[in-house]
Unconditional design. Structure first.
Length: 93
């Protein structure tokens, strides 16, 4: 899933470093706990804020409901960037 951020929309806070995210893209993870409570976390796109191994160790009792990325609408108008994202699994995990 891709989320398009509008110009005046406030940026979220990173769940790892607790600082406001100031640039695109960033990761959006929706989790569900054992009690079926849903919550959304935001992360800076790259390490050290996003580390897949650390994420699964910290969220061992939750399951990922969805994983999304925020992008500027200009990026979505560039087909080569989208094709690269579709083909390059390293960008997603």
């Amino acid at each position: 899933m891709t989320v398009i951020i509008e110009k005046d929309q406030p940026m979220p806070v990173c769940a790892t470093c607790k600082r406001q995210i100031e640039f695109l893209p960033y990761r959006i993870v929706t989790l569900e706990d054992k009690s079926s409570h849903i919550h959304v976390l935001h992360f800076h796109y790259f390490a050290p804020c996003w580390d897949i191994d650390d994420f699964f160790q910290f969220h061992v009792n939750e399951r990922i409901v969805s994983l999304a990325y925020s992008y500027d609408e200009k990026i979505l108008k560039q087909p080569m960037i989208l094709k690269n994202m579709e083909r390059n699994l390293d960008l997603w995990i």
